[in-house]
Design a protein around this ligand. Sequence first.
Ligand code: FPP
Length: 229
Amino acid sequence: MDGNGRWAKERGLPRIEGHRRGAEAVKRTLKAAQATGVEIITLFAFSVENWNRPKAEVDALMGLLDRFLADQLPELIKRKIRLRTVGRYKELPEHIQNRLRQSEAATAQFTEHTLALALNYGARTEVIDAIKAIAQATQAGTVDPDTLDYDSLRPYLYTNDLPDPDLVIRTSGEARLSNFLLLQAAYAEIYFTSVLWPDFDESHFKAALADYASRERRYGKTADQLQDS
Ligand code: FPP
C-alpha cells in the first residue's frame, strides 16, 4: 500500500493525512475484494523497516491501526471476515496486540473471507524465524532435515494457514517487492500500478484482477504442456 506520503505531499498535507486516507482505501479495497469473490487479501500495513521512520509517524500509524481495528470489528463480524495477523506480533505495542487478539478471536470462526494484516512483517525476518524454529525442531528430533521441502517448511512461516498469493498488487509506480512475502510470492503474478494508495478504489482493484485473468501461469512448464493437461 505505497504512496501515502507522496499523495499528501502533492496536496501540501502532512504525511499522516496520506496514511489516514490510506486507511479509507483499505476499507474500500476490503469491500471490493469481497464483492469480486476474492477470498483472502493480505495488506502490507507495517514493515519491520518502518520502525525507522520518525517516531511521530510510527505513533500515528499505530494510532490509525488501533482505530481501524476498533471501528472495523463490528463490520468484519457482520460481513463474516476472519482477521489474521502476519508478522512478529510480540514486538507490536501492547494495546495493538490486545486489539488484534480480540479481533482474531471474535472472527476466528469465519472461513470464507480472510483479511490478513502484515504488521511488523519482513520476509527475511520470517525466513530467519522459520530457520530458528526448524533448527530447534531438528535438535528435538521432531523434524528430519533430509526430508524438508517447501510444504514441510510452510508451518514455520507466519502465513502457515494461508495459501500462497496468486496476485501481488503494488501501488505508486514502484516496481519492487520490498521484502513482502518473498517465498510465498515465488509464483505470484505481480501487478504494478502508478495509482497512489489513497486513490486506490474498486475500479483499480478490478483492473488488477482483469490483468491477472489475462496472464498464463506456467509454473515452469511450457505453454504446450499446459494445453495438453
Ligand atoms: C507506505 O506508503 C505505507 C505505509 C508504510 C503504511 C500503510 C498504512 C496505511 C495504508 C494505513 C493504516 C493501515 C491500516 C490497515 C488501517 P509511504 O508512506 O511509504 O508512501 P511514500 O512512499 O509516498 O512516502
